[in-house]
Design a binder for this molecule. Sequence first.
Ligand SMILES: [Zn+2]
Length: 171
Amino acid sequence: MRDLGRTRRRMRAKVRELDLPRLRTVEELTAAVAERVGRPVRLVPRRMRVGEPSGFVERRADADIIHFEQETSGLHQAHIICHELAHLLCGHLAEAPADDEDDEGAGQVELSTIDPDMLRLVLGRSHYDAVAEEEAEILGAELTRTLVLAPGAGTTSQLAPALEHRKGQNV
Ligand SMILES: [Zn+2]
């Protein structure tokens, strides 16, 4: 059995290292993470199909695109995005592919044109590794907790179970 407590301490240290200001929205958090990792990060809501994950990162030459399920609550969306941001912060994704497009506009996000082969590639890189998933789960949860969510985006009653969960854990 892996040492979850150790991973948790490591991830909390990572959040402290980030030294994030008080952020209210997941968009602000995304911008802060993009600055830390030194690559643009874009958020793209999607209607995920059956069999697709609720979120994943598409690594492009010039940016990382976080695709996330739009048909769910704002709080759940924040969890999904924080999980993917955690993958970026942990360096779980492979190096960006070489930019072989001459077109300057190649970085534009095209909605609903995900190549299934690309999706498998992304998933193969970021979602099949149990250790990476564990780190992303924990760091993602820590990132979610750093958000001072605006009323309506995630009310205290919605956040309570997460806090309760934390109380029950060994620290
Ligand atoms: Zn993941």
